[in-house]
Design a protein around this ligand. Structure first.
Ligand code: AMP
Length: 373
């Protein structure tokens, strides 16, 4: 029997960033209580939660503290310490298998290719310079060398476009386990959010088209007019992955597309930045879908209300947006409440609905020198 956790039960969220904040806001609107574990006092999620456990994520004691006050646990980021999680007795509907798989690019890509049977870019594990030499003979340039874990937003990635790049990297070779990947010649980067509820029913959100600048997501555009065949292929991929892993909660899937070819790039075992548009542009947001899934509630079919554009506000771009907000009643303006503005840090985002507002938002971003819009 599936355990159904009804309000006013308490949801404990590991991680206090913006994803946790938006999960917490959804949970709160349904009447749940929310606790957040984060090392920083007044983290974005901590600011909207009923209580905060201010402690490092990775020790048993801090997790015990959160669990002892929660009826169900979830997480907003993937680098959770699985061993500590396994020691908890409170409900963890998402389990730990997906966390284990996605904590390492090799296990992740192997799972996608061999278990879900979905295409990924050709890849080889590399542990030292001599394995790198062998791998570069097997994978044609251009290629990308990446650390298998801990890399984010382009950190821990080396582009290899020429033999000279290979030779140069050999002279100062990174340590640890690495993955050499063929660089896919993609036309577009897309993503899809998928959830699976406690009864095994799969929910799919509309596909978004994403633009990255310096490896960081800048915009997500959902036209609702992607070719039907493409939508079917991508929906099938997402459903297959969700089914194979017996998913609970929301999973973000990033894809590369070229013509009719589709490759999965990465899995995010949680709601994803490219799904933020769903807060205003669909009947049920990815965050509500996530909460519904983990507490055992069904998720209705998802409907796109209008074409939408989500623009990330990175670093000091938030300051301009705060000033201009007054002139843009069409903006759904999200400011995560982070205390320190740092270059490229995700400080907030803007979502707009409808073609006219999309064009206006693109113009605003371009007018302020933002790239990738
Ligand atoms: P990742 O951290 O793996 O998501 O990579 C960040 C970004 O680098 C992606 O969104 C792509 O723009 C680019 N990228 C990563 N891997 C590949 C690949 N195998 N082929 C082409 N582009 C890639």
């Amino acid at each position: 029997m599936t355990q159904i956790i009804l309000p006013p039960a308490t949801i404990g969220i590991i991680g206090g960033g913006q994803l946790g904040q938006m999960m917490a806001l959804s949970a709160k609107s349904m009447g749940y209580k929310v606790g957040v574990l984060d090392p920083t006092l007044d983290s974005p999620a901590g600011q909207v939660a009923d209580f905060q456990v201010v402690a490092p994520y990775d020790d048993d004691e801090s997790l015990n503290k959160l669990s002892s006050q929660s009826d169900v646990l979830t997480y907003e980021f993937e680098n959770v310490d699985v061993d500590s999680l396994l020691k908890q007795t409170v409900a963890l509907p998402q389990g730990t298998k997906l966390l284990d798989i996605t904590s390492n690019r090799i296990t992740e890509k192997t799972f996608i290719r061999d278990e879900a049977k979905v295409p990924v870019a050709q890849f080889i594990e590399v542990n030292n310079v001599s394995e790198f030499e062998v791998a570069t003979n097997q994978i044609k340039l251009p290629a990308i060398l990446k650390t298998v874990s801990g890399g984010y937003d382009g950190h821990g990635q080396w582009s290899l476009d020429s033999e000279a790049d290979i030779e140069k990297l050999k002279t100062n070779f990174p340590t640890g386990t690495l993955i050499l990947e063929q660089r896919v010649n993609f036309e577009k980067e897309l993503s899809i959010m998928v959830a699976r509820d406690a009864m095994g029913r799969i929910t799919l959100w509309p596909i978004s088209e994403n633009v990255h600048v310096n490896h960081i997501l800048k915009t997500s555009f959902v036209s609702g007019t992607i070719d039907e065949k493409h939508v079917e292929t991508i929906n099938n991929i997402a459903s297959r992955i969700a089914e194979t892993i017996k998913l609970r909660g929301v999973l973000g899937i990033e894809l590369f597309v070229n013509g009719s070819e589709v490759w999965v790039n990465e899995l995010a075992p949680r709601p994803h930045n490219s799904g933020h548009y769903s807060i205003e542009a669909t009947n049920i947001s990815q965050f509500e879908g996530h909460i519904r899934s983990i507490v055992g509630l069904p998720i209705p079919d998802i409907e796109l209300i209008a074409p939408t554009l989500m623009l990330n506000l990175l670093g000091d771009e938030i300051e301009q947006a705060r000033e201009d907000f007054i002139n843009h009643p069409e903006w759904h303006f999200h400011d995560y409440g982070k205390h320190a503005v740092k270059a490229n840090r995700k400080m907030g985002h803007i979502t707009v609905l409808g073609d006219e507002n999309i064009a206006k938002l693109r113009k605003w971003g371009e007018g302020h020198g933002q790239r990738g819009i």
